[in-house]
Write a protein that binds this ligand. Structure first.
Ligand code: KG4
Ligand code: ZN
Length: 354
């Protein structure tokens, strides 16, 4: 047994989990987990307010650690290590979780493992699927990130594409705001899209067909706004057409990445993998499945509850690190920005968000 306590607090979910890194199935690996969403606190503002988020994390995190240990019938003494998100994200929230992790590590004399939140997302498919081997091609789509990465091994990431403006989840959230669907917008847009016609509203597909590998969603968002303001279209048709346009962009960009990986590597990737909050979108998963099949690859997508922010993925990344002997000192800094591929070249307009 390698038992890891995982802590996540980088955005608007406070989450704690206990992971058994030596177990062989998803069910056995997640010993216990709890998540407290702050959706209600942020809903009136249509997005996450950093100060409110940090305060809410500080209120619930310590009792949640106690509750998760009690759920598992374990104590801090039983843990092998404490893993906490050390960035990237909203710095106030990251500090609450990281300092909590440090205090627990110090009190129980356990090693600390600082986890990159993006690595948590990137490795979550390996938590869900014990058969998923390195290297794989990862589409990481969340509220703050939209990247394609070649995941070569633990801590070894090559970024092939990123967004030059908005992240995909952000585009869903902004569309939801334009349509008055509230926050978080992704699930609401997906629900409404089921009732609409994806061909009803002509919308642009930014960068589709471009040889440049990156993403862009700002023009799509503006077009959604114009479609709404025109008064010509039903909201469900706008939602469905937006979702289709966004998916068309993702598929085109991911195809380009799959082609480029196939060209540079004799031994190609083992799977196409999607992770991050938007990976919960069923229409996107369906389209990616067809794309992967065309390349003779399987699509690996974690269950929806592991796509959106959670502590199981942080505990799992901690377990992979612990297995290789990677631990961190108690003066580890919290990092608002922390790219997975430090060598990736800057892209025009990108890098605005953490
Ligand atoms: O990974 P995540 O929980 O937090 C970040 O690290 O950003 O991702 C949240 C994002 C939000 O933008 C949310 O609207 C989006 O994921 N999302 C979805 C769906 N579920 C969550 N987008 C589209 N369809 C969904 N079903
Ligand atoms: Zn996330």
């Amino acid at each position: 047994m390698a038992l890891i306590l995982g802590i996540e607090s980088s955005c608007d979910e406070t989450a704690v989990a206990i992971i058994d890194g030596s177990a062989g199935s998803l069910e056995a690996r997640i010993v216990a987990q709890r998540i407290a969403s702050q959706d209600a606190e942020h809903a009136p503002y249509g997005g996450v307010v950093p100060e409110i988020a940090a305060r809410a994390h500080a209120e619930v995190i310590a009792p949640m650690v106690g509750a998760v240990l009690a759920d598992a019938g374990l104590t801090l003494e039983d843990m092998d290590a404490i893993a906490a998100t050390a960035g990237p994200g909203l710095i106030g929230g990251v500090m609450v979780g990281l300092v909590t992790g440090k205090a627990l590590a110090m009190a129980a004399d356990k090693p600390l493992i600082g986890v990159n939140h993006l690595e948590g997302h990137a490795l979550s498919p390996r938590l869900a699927d014990p058969d998923l081997a390195y290297p794989y091609l990862l589409l990481l789509v969340s509220g703050g990130h939209c990247q394609i990465l070649e995941v070569r091994g633990l801590g070894d990431y090559r970024r092939l594409a990123t967004t030059i403006d908005d992240a995909l989840g952000e585009a869903f959230d902004k569309t939801a705001k334009i349509l008055g669907l509230g926050y978080p917008g992704g699930p609401a847009v997906e629900r409404l899209a089921r009732e609409g016609d994806p061909r009803a509203v002509p919308l642009p597909r930014p960068l589709v067909g471009s040889g440049e590998p990156h993403f862009s969603f700002a023009g799509l968002k503006s077009a959604v706004m114009r479609a709404k303001d025109s008064g010509l279209h039903a909201d469900a048709d706008i939602a469905a057409s937006f979702q289709q346009a966004a998916i068309d962009c993702v598929i085109d960009r991911t195809r380009l990445a799959l082609e480029s990986v196939g060209e540079v590597q004799a031994e190609s990737v083992t799977a196409l993998v999607v992770a991050g909050g938007v990976a919960a979108n069923a229409a996107l998963r369906g389209a990616l499945e067809s794309l992967a099949a065309g390349f003779g690859l399987r699509l690996v997508a974690p269950p929806g509850r592991l796509c959106t922010d959670n502590a199981a993925m942080i505990g799992w990344a901690g377990a992979e690190r612990f297995a290789l002997g990677y631990t961190d000192p108690l003066d580890l800094p919290a990092r608002p920005r922390w790219p997975l591929d430090a060598n990736a070249a800057p892209v025009r307009g990108a890098g605005v968000k953490a």
